[in-house]
Design a protein around this ligand. Structure first.
Ligand code: FE2
Length: 246
């Protein structure tokens, strides 16, 4: 009997080719809670490639006091990652370095002398506290916008205090804030509630971008698992996400 005919194929599938660009991951080694070493970053890049992404922006946290990160240092490490990725034969295009800026108590200081690492020289990726609403966020977003930045809010499904059935999200959308959900939320990686919230927001047409938010090899395994879902594949093809514009 040709047993291999019945063997289940557990390999990754390139379903994220439908998005093209991943615009959120933490693959500069040892600068935040992302990959710990070059080898892990390379493994993660290989995974992004295997599940179909063509381009990727690397987006380390800028967050006071946990990850204050100095831009010059980040740029230096990014340049090294580019060299290491080329040496390892990585084919996915590393399109740029941007920040994931936490709207925290240190952010107003950044706004006084604004210089941000942007996605596609246009968008600034921001995140909120995962635990509590911070006062003044709307003003910070407004200040960014008046300075000409287009704001993308990362993973709104992960902020339990952000009521998606109230008016808060619509208020953000009316304020021209783009929303980016995490692809792994769709598979339940952050729990059932985040999954339900992400799917609901996509269904309502509120989510403009999807990001992998890859931090390490644990995320890679989840991405490979998710890439075998026909349901997710259909969802990616059905919704007009804007990743391909980046
Ligand atoms: Fe992130």
């Amino acid at each position: 009997m040709a047993f291999h005919l019945f063997k289940k194929d557990n390999g990754p599938r390139p379903i994220f080719a439908a998005l093209g660009t991943d615009m959120h991951c933490h693959l500069i080694p040892a600068v935040d809670d992302g990959s710990k070493c070059t080898e892990e970053s390379i493994t993660c890049l290989q995974t992004l490639q295997a599940v179909g992404y063509k381009r990727v922006y690397i987006t380390p946290h800028f967050c006071v006091p946990r990850f204050p990160n100095d831009e010059e240092d980040i740029q230096r490490r990014y340049a090294q990652l580019l060299r290491d990725a080329a040496e390892a034969g990585i084919e996915i295009e590393i399109a740029g370095i941007a920040g994931e800026y936490r709207l925290d108590r240190g952010f107003p200081d950044r706004l006084k002398n604004p210089h941000f690492l942007k996605i596609n020289d246009r968008y600034i990726l921001v995140e909120l506290s995962l635990h509590e609403q911070m006062a003044g966020c709307d003003e910070m977003i407004f200040d960014l916008q008046t300075q000409g930045y287009e704001v993308i809010l990362a993973h709104p499904e992960r902020y339990p205090y952000l009521n998606i059935d109230g008016t808060r999200i619509e208020q953000l959308l009316n304020q021209s804030v783009y929303l980016q959900a995490n692809v792994l939320s769709l598979g339940g990686f952050y729990g059932e509630e985040a999954k339900r919230r992400a799917l609901t927001m996509i269904d309502r047409g509120w989510i403009s971008f999807l990001g992998s938010d890859t931090h390490n090899t644990l995320y890679c395994q989840a991405l490979r698992d998710l890439s075998r879902s026909r349901k997710i594949e259909r969802l990616l093809e059905k919704h007009p996400f804007l990743n391909h514009t980046l």
